[in-house]
Each structure stands twice: as C-alpha cells, then as structure tokens.
Design a protein around this ligand. Structure first.
Ligand SMILES: Cc1cc2nc3c(=O)[nH]c(=O)nc-3n(C[C@H](O)[C@H](O)[C@H](O)COP(=O)(O)O)c2cc1C
Length: 352
C-alpha cells in the first residue's frame, strides 16, 4: 500500500501569533473539538485563563444507558486532549499537561467523583518550551482534518504488518496497548460477542431511546447522522418513536453487522488499570491510533458494544493478553471512501 506522504506544513497561517496567550489557546481548541466522541456527544468543556486551558467533563452530555459508568465520556475527553496536544506542537509549542490539577482535598475518591461530574478538571494544559514540530507531529496534525469514523465495509486488502506495528507503537506511547487479533478462533469469538451485545443492548428500551436521542441529521451540530448508519431520511426522522417498540426501530449497527465477518483487522485497545486516569490515557491512545491510521490511508470503526455490557466485557477480557482491561474494539482496514464530516457544536468554554 502506498502511504500518503506527510506534507510538512508551514506554521499555521491563521494562528494568532501576536495575540494574548489565552486567545492563542482558544484558537487551538478549534482542533481539540474535532476529536471523536461517543455518539458524537462532545462531552468536554474548557476554561481558558491564566495562560492555561482547563479540560472538564460536560455533565450535561452524558449517556446514562449507553455509558453508565462514564468510561467512554472520559475517553472522549482524552481524545480531545490528544488533538489539542498535536495542534500545540504543530504551532511550535510543547504542551505541558498537569493531570487532575485542582485537587484540594486529601480524599482521592471524592476528588475523582468531582472530576467525573465536571466540577474539577481532568487536566490543565499550558504552553511549554518552543519546539520544532517533527515530521510525525505534522503527519498527525494533517490527519485531524481527514479523520472520520468509517462505518462502511473496507477494501479486501491486507494491511501491512509494518503499519500495524506503528499503530501499536502509537498506543504504547500513550500508555495503552493495541492488541491485534490474528487468531481466526479469537476473531470469531469476539465477533460473536459483538452480535450478542447488539442483541442485549437493543432489548433495553432506555438504550433504544438514547440511541434515537443522539441520532442526528447531517446538518446537526451533535449526534451521529442517521445516513452514516445506513438509515434513510425517513428512518432518521422517525427513529425517536420507532425505537420505542422493540424490533421496529432501525438497527444502529446494521452496517457494522453486515461487514463484521470480513474485517481486515480486529483490534482491542486495552489498559492495565480501569479507572478515570486509565480511561483518559486510553482516549489519548485511541486518538493517536486513529490519526496515525488516517495518515496511512486506513479507516476505523468501533465495535465496542461488548465492552459496554459488563458480563460480556469479562469475556472480551479473557481474549486479551495479561488480564488487561478492554476499552475499545476497533475494526480497521483500507478505506477508499470518505464519510461526510460530522457536526460539531461551538467550542464549549465555561465562564468560571
Ligand atoms: C470513546 C468512543 C466510543 C465510541 N463508540 C462508538 C460506537 O460504539 N459505535 C460507533 O459507531 N461509533 C463510536 N464512536 C465514534 C463516534 O460515533 C464518532 O466519533 C462521532 O460520531 C463523531 O464522528 P467522527 O468520528 O466521524 O468525527 C466512538 C467514539 C469514541 C471516542
């Protein structure tokens, strides 16, 4: 496969170099919000002051049925953080990241609860030393605009092992592991779990309601466009009331299920721990993998339904090495089509 050559870009033409630091940081947040997020909820919020960006969970953007523990919400914030780090490097600044910065209490559990509710920050990011962006930084930066979640089938083409190795390196750099399943028996077991999880989840009225709630039209600024799930305009518009009746609503995973058995690559992103810090790392690792995959002309879609059902998550876990915690299941391959850009709301800056 031919790799798209990374074009070393000149420093961003419209980056406001002469503006105050807070204005520069706000400009760069325009890249953070292009990150992927569960059901395109964009569950992040920012505060910009004292020459720093504070990253928070947006408590109004939860998925109580689809993501009850908020794990994917934190991962989505991690993805936005990785986009932001890359945008900073692109304009020649080293990102300085302080994790869980505003801890005032000795009670770690209470503090993490506040973080998960958006009362305390996940991270504070400020501008460190000036630096020259590397070729890798520029490659990842240029992939930000092209990356999309690819829900269609992939080309019947093998992905070179060297590309897969580099995707694994990307995950490792962020403190996670990308396990590529190569054993046919293992792949088949994982795909069975995906099908079982789809059935389990669609039997739950709250899940169906939430899926409908976050189904959007192409022009909406949040939610997943029905068209990218293979739904007609009519199915998208009627999803809300059709989902109330089991078996009648359109299947949100119909495309993935149809293509499930011919995934060129199946991968599970794992972490050794399973807490807020691990989810934040996993989100950055996921985003690093996705941007790098984009730069190789690879697309990725998510099959993480079995990770959302605790009983089935244990079964996915048994397929992974070293008793690691599965966070995301990906189907990857060569993508020759590009899905339309999904909507984004304006940068959510809170007034602290
Ligand atoms: C943590 C996380 C979980 C996700 N889970 C799913 C999923 O289960 N199914 C799916 O189709 N897309 C999933 N996505 C992809 C989002 O739906 C997608 O990022 C969002 O709709 C925005 O579209 P874009 O990625 O094309 O920008 C997930 C993304 C993240 C970050």
């Amino acid at each position: 496969m031919t790799h798209r050559s990374p074009t070393p870009s000149a420093p961003h033409p419209s980056f406001p170099r002469q503006a105050p630091v807070d204005e520069q940081l706000t400009f760069l947040l325009g890249y953070a919000v292009m990150a992927p997020s569960g059901h395109n909820t964009q569950p992040w919020q920012f505060s910009v002051h004292d020459s720093s960006v504070w990253l928070y969970v947006d408590p109004a953007r939860t998925l109580p049925a689809l993501d009850p523990g908020g794990r994917e919400r934190i991962m989505s914030c991690g993805a936005a953080l990785f986009h932001f780090r890359i945008a900073m490097r692109h304009v020649g600044v080293t990102p300085e990241v302080h994790w869980f910065p505003d801890r005032e209490t000795e009670d770690a559990v209470a503090h993490m609860h506040d973080v998960e509710q958006g009362r305390k920050a996940l991270a504070r990011i400020s501008m460190g030393e000036r630096m020259e962006p590397t070729l890798t930084d520029e490659t990842l930066f240029s992939a930000i605009q092209r990356r999309r979640t690819h829900r269609e089938a992939f080309e019947d083409e093998t992905v070179p092992t060297s590309d897969l190795n580099r995707l694994q390196d990307a995950a490792a750099t962020e403190g996670a592991t990308l396990e590529i399943l190569s054993d046919a028996e293992q792949c088949s077991r994982l795909l069975d779990l995906v099908v079982r999880a789809n059935e389990d989840m669609l039997a739950d009225a709250d899940v169906r309601r939430e899926l409908a709630e976050w189904t959007a039209s192409a022009s909406d600024d949040a939610g997943v466009a029905g068209s990218t799930r293979g739904w007609s305009r009519w199915q998208t518009l009627s999803a809300g009331w059709l989902q109330a009746l089991p078996g009648l609503g359109p299947d949100p995973w119909q495309r993935e299920t149809a293509a499930i058995r011919n995934a060129p690559v199946l991968a599970v992103l794992t972490t050794t721990e399973d807490d807020v810090a691990a989810w934040l790392r996993a989100g950055q690792a996921l985003d690093h993998v996705l941007l790098r995959a984009t730069s190789y002309g690879l697309g990725a879609s998510f099959l993480n339904q079995p990770v959302k059902v605790p009983r089935l998550r244990q079964e996915v876990r048994s397929l992974c090495r070293d008793d690691a915690w599965p966070q995301i299941v990906l189907r990857m391959g060569v993508a020759t089509t590009q899905e339309p850009k999904s909507g984004r709301r304006p940068i959510p800056i809170r007034k602290d």
